[in-house]
Design a protein around this ligand. Structure first.
Ligand code: SIN
Ligand code: CO
Length: 386
């Protein structure tokens, strides 16, 4: 990385992007990465697709129709990858940033958004005419064009009523109508908000880095909070109706006042700021690939800590911070929490945001740093090669 940070969005300012584009409309950010150098090559991606813990897919075109795609799930053998034809397929590996620090470093460009908002970076290699078909995603995505060129057609916003092609594995859009039609060259970037139809077809052998964002659904939040409520309040938080007026006759009606009481009960659960923050921070720091975390007992962590000069977040780890009721800082790493002593806040905030920080030397800092190793939060020398 050069010492002079490049503007993250090409000619568009971050302010203009956040005010008018983010979550609102697709945008082509031409030349967002000047002189882009691919952090991996197609062979590295093939190697990753052979790993049992990696989430890899091969999507083949089976014809020219909009639903003519077939998908195979990894891990793949070298023989399968070597036998792929010249055209009409795409190999995709989810969360490649968790495996490869060089891919994870692409996240630095998105520092204008909170680090916890980024979910993962998927990398795809598409042979000419390869792609995954017209579809929409539920998340924001920045598609960075690496080697080669790719034609992206972008359509309108879809929703729960949008009809999908009948297909056993893929959610493809029938009758996709493009509003925009762009050819992306290395270093160009396309932003697609949640729900917008898009379809990318490689013109030349092409690498695409999809920086995807994390956004819980209402269902996930309600279910997650319900779990936290059950732990804390147990049996006692219940529907209650003191001072209820008598019903007129043998009524079986649930009235608006009853629903207000129920709503009040639910609101009290949601209004508990600390619980809300705790659930949200645990959710957004859930690791993508548990198997990749080097968690360890405290004794090993203390030993390892003594052998390093600096600390950086493991590419497979996720971190966030929240404020507690008294204004103190709580650090979450990989779904685990640590109350940060006041004199450690500065380095912890930098570390959680992805900066490399010097190893703390005071006892409170050492204890916290050792905890980071126990939860698999620190990049070790084995991770650094990628
Ligand atoms: C791809 O890289 O082929 C697909 C990315 C996307 O459409 O989200
Ligand atoms: Co997509």
């Amino acid at each position: 990385m050069s010492s002079q940070p490049a503007p993250p969005l090409g000619t568009m300012t971050v302010e203009a992007f956040l005010a008018g584009v983010w979550q609102r409309r697709p945008a082509l950010l031409r030349g967002a990465f000047a002189d882009f150098v691919d952090p991996i090559d197609p062979d590295d991606l093939g190697g990753l697709a052979m790993e049992p813990a990696a989430e890899a897919r091969l999507v083949h075109r089976t014809g020219d129709g909009p639903a003519d795609y077939a998908v195979d799930h990894g891990p793949f053998t070298e023989a399968v990858l070597a036998a792929l034809p010249v055209r009409g397929w795409s190999l995709l590996v989810q969360a490649a940033d968790c495996w490869m620090p060089a891919v994870a470093r692409l996240r630095e460009r998105f520092a204008f958004l909170p680090a916890w908002r980024v979910d993962d970076i998927m990398v795809s290699f598409a042979a000419p005419q390869g792609g995954v078909g017209p579809h929409f995603d539920h998340y924001d995505v920045f598609l960075i064009q690496g080697m080669g060129s790719r034609r992206w057609r972008v359509g309108g916003r879809c929703d729960g009523d949008t009809r999908l092609q009948p297909h056993p594995d893929l959610k493809l859009l029938p009758g996709f109508e493009a509003v925009e039609d762009w050819v992306l060259e290395p270093g160009d970037m396309l932003y697609i908000p949640p729900g917008f139809a898009h379809d990318g077809v490689a013109i030349e052998p092409s690498l695409t880095y999809s920086v995807g964002f994390r956004a819980p659904s209402a269902e996930q939040a309600l279910l997650g909070l319900a779990g936290a409520v059950t732990d804390r309040e147990g049996e006692f938080a219940r529907f209650a109706d003191p001072g209820r007026p008598p019903v007129a006759g043998a009524g079986a009606h649930i009235g608006a006042a009853d629903l207000d009481r129920l709503r009040g009960l639910l609101r009290r659960m949601i209004d508990d700021e600390e619980r809300l923050a705790d659930w949200f921070a645990r959710f957004v720091t859930e690791p993508k690939i548990e198997d990749l975390l080097d968690t360890m007992p405290t004794e090993d962590a203390i030993g390892l800590l003594g052998s390093v000069d600096s600390l950086a977040l493991d590419p497979a780890a996720r971190a966030a911070t929240v404020s507690d009721r008294d204004g103190g800082l709580v650090l979450y790493v990989n779904g685990e929490a640590y109350a940060v002593p006041t004199d450690q806040v500065a380095w912890v905030e930098a570390f959680a945001a992805g900066e490399t920080v010097p190893r703390p030397l005071d006892p409170a800092g050492q204890t916290l740093a050792a905890w980071l190793f126990t939860v698999g939060g620190v990049m070790t020398s084995e991770d650094e090669d990628g």
